[in-house]
Design a protein around this ligand. Structure first.
Ligand code: PLP
Length: 359
């Protein structure tokens, strides 16, 4: 029986990438050492990290005036690093409160003495719709923080807010590389790897040149300028995670790049939403225009029935469908590496369950 992993992260990886890692694990490029054992200062690894950066630049069409940095510490560390590096003029940012991860970012920015203005919030509708700007943004803000995809709530910005000259800083952790965005619409993009890119332990930062180098006396491990100067090798980088991410980037190119991924992701998501919208038993609470193609929460409204559904799904090889504890119910994450067949298997099981458990 095939298994499909619907986890929100760490999440499904492309099968050919897992196979390649397995095949070359004992001896990377005939070196007699595994990728986990080679020096990060070796030519072998230099090639790996340079290829990864170039492939990412190709896929996202990242212009030359943007730095690509490889960090550790997850998306969460960037909630601290972004204000420390970029909120240097006024120590004052704006934020669109689109859910849990946006409010975590606000909390962490405040911890490093940054004033955070909530420009709009989804609290009134329990985050079932995206908060939108109601008017022009104060042009003295250092930047506006936006969570492009809300992993827990299942919402996603496809149209970006107009912030005038104020740079947008995007937490793209859960829809990184799932569709094209125009990099020049952002001052900075960051994403933890473990959803759409590779293993946990790697975080990508893409930042415009002119925004960095203004902060004084930052801790070295948080300093974008220093990481840019040292080509992300200020200390030992997460060698294995960068290698695996590099293989995923090559896989993405072979799939036809981000436009092709967007098309596939839309098709997968549409199959699931179409089922949920006609269902008498299951419900997705998000307004259709704001729905995520990556994370789809749904529920019956009866926690006991939800638990029964999840147990039955697990028996069918449909794994990790339990919803986030803040929302309850179920959540299916449909990242790039989830095949259409996985979504079809889920929809089949939903239909079977509904037929036998109609309200
Ligand atoms: N931002 C978003 C949108 C997320 O979904 C997550 C984790 O799920 C994070 C940030 C935190 O990421 P990390 O665990 O890599 O720190």
């Amino acid at each position: 029986m095939p298994t499909y992993n619907f986890s929100a992260g760490p999440a499904v990886m492309p099968k050919p990438v897992i196979d390649q890692i397995q095949a070359e694990l004992p001896s990377f490029q005939d070196s007699g050492m595994s990728i986990m054992e080679i020096s990060h200062r070796s030519q072998l690894f230099e090639q790996v990290i340079n290829d990864a950066e170039q492939d990412l630049r190709d896929l996202m069409q990242i212009p030359n005036n943007y730095r690509v940095l490889f960090f550790q510490g997850g998306g969460t560390l960037q909630f601290t690093a972004a204000p420390l590096n970029l909120a240097t003029a006024h120590h004052h940012i704006g934020l669109l409160d689109s859910g849990h991860w946006a409010s975590r970012a606000a909390d962490e920015a405040r911890r490093v003495a940054t004033q955070v203005d909530i420009l709009a919030t989804g609290t009134d509708n329990h985050f079932t719709a995206l908060p939108q700007l109601q008017g022009p943004v104060d042009q003295n803000l250092d930047y506006v923080h936006l969570t492009t995809n809300n992993t827990i709530e299942g919402t996603m910005y496809t149209k970006l807010p107009d912030t005038g000259h104020v740079p947008l800083v995007a937490d793209m952790s859960s829809n990184f590389l799932g569709q094209p965005y125009n990099v020049t619409d952002f001052g900075m993009i960051f994403a933890g790897a473990q959803k759409n890119l590779g293993p946990a332990g790697l975080t990508i930062v893409i930042v415009r040149d002119d925004l960095i180098g203004h902060a004084k006396n930052l801790p070295s491990m948080l300093d974008y300028q220093l990481f840019a100067e040292k080509q992300s090798m200020f200390n030992t980088p997460p060698v294995f995670a960068i290698y695996a991410a590099g293989l995923v980037l090559k896989w993405l190119k072979a799939q036809g790049g981000l436009a092709a991924m967007a098309q596939r992701n839309q098709e997968k998501a549409a199959r699931l939403y179409d089922f949920l919208d006609q269902s008498q038993l299951f419900n997705n609470p998000v307004i259709p225009s704001d729905r995520s193609t990556m994370n789809v929460p749904f529920m019956t409204g009866d926690p006991a029935l939800d638990a029964q559904f999840i147990a039955g799904a697990t028996d069918q090889g449909l794994l990790n469908l339990k919803g986030h504890r803040l929302v309850g119910g179920m959540r299916a994450s449909l990242y790039n590496a989830m095949p259409l067949a996985g979504v079809d298997a889920l929809v089949d099981y939903l239909a079977t369950f509904e037929a036998t458990h109609a309200k």
